[in-house]
Design a protein around this ligand. Sequence first.
Ligand code: URA
Length: 282
Amino acid sequence: MDSARVQRLLRQHLHTDALLGVDAVPTHADATTATPAAEAAPVVTQTAPAPPLRPAPPPRSATATSAAPARLTPAPPPIQLDTNDDKPTALRKLREALAQDQRVLDKLMPGTQLVFGEGDPDAEIMFIGEGAGEDEARTGRPFVGRAGQLLDNMIKAMGLQREQVYITNCVHFRPPGNRTPTPDEIDLGWPYMIGQVQVVQPKAIVALGGTSAKALLNTSTGITRLRGRWHEFDAVSPPIALMPTFHPAFLLRSYTRENRAKVWADLCAVLERLGKQPPKRD
Ligand code: URA
């Protein structure tokens, strides 16, 4: 490879690293750890009047994405929203309904909390992860641990603040032992996750990781094949554009430049879809 090309590639890599908040150079090409610097920002919710909430969605079906649907049984029915409620009220009611759902409460391990979504009720972008981890179950807030700090950096790299987006999970409690949520656990969270999507009505959803992407798209296809192209989240009406990308926790484990560049490309595609330019950095 000639030196001009090496220099150009190096510049691209450094640019991507800077955009993703990487403030250290790995000592070898396949470094698997990182120390993201960002602090989780406080949440600001808006109380501005909101447009009417969407009516209940039609029954969920497999998307065009999926030759092999993950779900063979119908998805749990959505929670009926009061279309007269403004968005903060509707989200508060959903949160209260979750806190009273005995089947969900039965799943709560001692010393852990429910983790509902948070962010701007009018957000254009909604990030949906799989389920609460240890830090989230301790604090009751989504994505506040190491993966959350990297997600904050990803959001900042997009030229946004955490409080300008909406962040939630498929599962609103911490699965025992931090394991991947089971289909039954995803079903328990489904009406509340769908409810949040219906209320916020984002223009784009970013599915963080394979578990979230498979659940949202009702497919058994893996994240490596799903990411990098647009899908439709058709469990709400009208459907919402959905971009799957790698989970920040995966990125922390497999902290290669290639993976970081892929995530950054996915986030740029989201910005472009919303008519926004990815921010330029020096
Ligand atoms: N991983 C997730 O999927 N969600 C969180 O909230 C935290 C870590």
